[in-house]
Design a protein around this ligand. Sequence first.
Ligand code: NZQ
Ligand code: ZN
Length: 395
Amino acid sequence: MENFVWHNPTKVLFGKDTVPELIKLMKADNIKNVLVLYGGKAIFKNGAYAQVIKALSENKINFTEIGGVKPNPRIDKVREAVSRIKMQAESSPNEKFDAIIPIGGGSVFDSSKAIAAGALYHGDVWDFFDGKAKVESALPIYGVLTVSATSSEVNGIAVVTNPDKEAKTSMSSDLVYPRAAAIDPSFQITLPNKQTVNGGVDIISHVLERVLDGDEGAYIMDDQGYALIRNMMRIIPDLLEEPRNYDLRAEYAWIASIAHSGFLSCGREGRGDFASHKLGHSLSLLFDVPHGASLSVMTPAWARYLYEDNPVPFARLAENVFDIFDGSDEDKAIDAIEALEDFFSSIGAPTTLRELDIDEGEIERIAENASKGGAFGKLSKLEPEDVLEIYKLAY
Ligand code: NZQ
Ligand code: ZN
């Protein structure tokens, strides 16, 4: 086990009717003026918006709304909200915003983190994403989660797209962990099966990025990870049959929060592999592919490219998740990769670029985009020529 620091500062309020508790917490923290941030219509249908507004009014907390955050969120929307907060601070210093409430999923939470940091920074908020600036202060975030997938509700990571720079990239800081998050799974019974699948693949991928990173020594964390994947493989098909089942939604939600909270990185050398995520981000950037779909395509291709030189982590996955015990490590590894792919297909997740309607002629452009920042990955450092081969395998 490597040395590590474990400090997750987010207070989680999990379960039914936790939104009023969240707003009471804001009141106790002396919050007076908040920016409520959301995406499209979903939060009006699932009841989250109504609960937040009611509780804010009851607690006499002023609010202003900004909607329209898109999935795969864009930097323009972040800039719009940052200017709004800065303007208010200048024109009405007594009513300046002192907190943000994201209501939604990863896209809204991620945007709120960039906004929280950008609002207290003198330069352009994209500076945090291209490494020109470090976050030194941020407004507190009190989040209401309506889609579980990314763990954004309990981590300090924000992923945002900047089309002008042809980049979908992340910033991270201890200062943008939400101060508190209400995770009420009842909001999620309205989720369409497509999102249950996309989110489910993302959750499984957050575990795979750790257990397949080649780390030797954090076995107790790997075992936690295998258990999470096994449970996701039970829960996702059941939820597709019974989307309104509260208990399944609750199990799914809590696994989602654990998977990328940082907990599974404890004791590892580095936080995980994350090459599949990087390969996927270029698909989301260039073709607006949903995050989960980008991962169900790129993870198996990445695995097929690497397993022969690195069979051990895949063989351990075979034994611990898929009950595959026969043959050499290499045999078990390829069987596990096939089993993973079969599982993705069985829940309706795409496993090839072809299924995403991406033209074969685009592969070089995608590979170039992914390799722009140099080699990446932990199990194996992927040079541009490796990256190109992986996209070809994904076709
Ligand atoms: O557009 P609206 O109407 O708001 O609908 C949303 C959105 O279209 C809908 N939705 C939300 N709650 C709902 C609902 N539909 C029905 N019922 C409800 N209760 O869900 C759609 C997708 O939302 P989004 O926030 O985009 O989904 P997700 O949570 O999967 O977030 C994906 C984003 O997070 C990033 C991804 O790259 C992607 O941009 N990630 C963030 C990470 C982090 N912060 O740590 C790590 C991840 O690996 C990931 O990269
Ligand atoms: Zn992810």
